[in-house]
Design a protein around this ligand. Structure first.
Ligand code: NAP
Length: 276
């Protein structure tokens, strides 16, 4: 087992939704762990900037602009990966999009429901459909699908997102059973509120409210999700498959104590100084 600081040395990893947020942080963390990284999302300029950053730091990054709702494009993405690197050892299927703003189910537009399913569920199905054979060619691999705490505990007003993230955990477990014996491990991560673009744009008050609902009294950082993704892709997690791991400061563990003092003034909180 490789337990060094670079547990993914000589491996090739692919990240969807790598243009920003958790996906970009995960691509950087995979690179720091020693992997060559394939970067997929729609924003070609953002992918290219991230690839330059990684390559300038001595890594190997290949940007492949891809819309995961386009099954042919996803197939091309894996083919391009194999042409460039000759193998695929790890994949983090992280892209998410579509959907609707919070509203009761009967008000949700059918097209908006379908759009969330197309990216968050079908996009991951199609990605795994091509990633798995590529991994089998190399004798095995590891896949991490990015669900959400909303994929384990429903949130009102988010019918499409919640359905897609619950279904993604079912898809993950089904695939894990299909390929456990063949040596492809497939797990899901379930982040709670993480400080990326959406929560940044929502403003400090929204961040404080989100932090107040977390036992750790803060929201998470993209690097904290990335670290778990790297670990699940590494041999350190060699007997873990079919799992759905919350990364949520204790949110899904249960209710916080009743008699706790009011939420801190800053969403960051003392725990924000925790190492990545
Ligand atoms: P984000 O900032 O909205 O980034 C989403 C990523 O997905 C972007 O790179 C985007 O790139 C890509 N994407 C969207 N539609 C795509 C498509 N059709 N094809 C290819 N790529 C597409 O999200 P985030 O906050 O980093 O979250 C990342 C993942 O974590 C998501 O699966 C999200 O559901 C999950 N999550 C996040 C939180 C949170 O609080 N942040 C909590 C729980 C779960 P382009 O626009 O360039 O295509």
């Amino acid at each position: 087992m490789n337990t060094t600081a670079r547990p993914l040395e000589n491996r090739v990893a692919l990240v969807t939704g790598a243009s920003r947020g958790i996906g970009a942080a995960t691509a950087k963390a995979l690179h720091e762990a020693g992997a060559a990284v394939v970067l997929a999302a729609r924003d070609a300029a953002a992918l290219s900037a991230l690839a330059t950053e990684i390559n300038d730091a001595g890594g190997r990054a290949l940007p492949v602009p891809t819309d995961v709702t386009d099954a042919d494009a996803v197939e091309r993405l894996i083919r391009r990966t194999m042409e460039e690197f000759g193998r695929l050892d790890a994949a983090v299927n992280n892209a998410a999009g579509g959907g609707h703003r919070p509203m009761p189910l009967a008000d949700v537009d059918v097209d908006d429901f379908d759009s969330a399913m197309a990216v968050n569920l079908r996009g991951v199905f199609v990605a795994m459909k091509h990633e798995i054979p590529a991994m089998l060619e190399g004798g095995g691999g590891a896949i991490v699908n990015m669900s959400s705490t909303a994929g384990l505990q429903a949130v009102g007003g988010l019918a499409a997102y919640v359905s897609s993230k619950f279904a993604l955990i079912g898809l993950t477990r089904s695939a894990a059973l299909d390929y456990a014996e063949a040596g492809v491990r497939i797990n899901a991560l379930a982040p709670g509120p993480i400080l990326t673009e959406q929560l940044q744009a929502a403003g400090e008050q929204a961040q404080r409210m989100a932090a107040g609902a977390i036992p750790a009294r803060r929201i998470g950082r993209p690097e904290e999700v990335a670290a778990a993704a790297v670990w699940l892709c590494s041999d350190a997690a060699s007997f873990i498959t079919g799992a759905a791991l919350p990364i949520d400061g204790g949110k899904l563990a249960g209710m916080a104590p009743f008699a706790r003092p009011p939420a801190p003034a800053s969403a960051a909180g003392p725990g924000d100084k925790a190492p990545a």
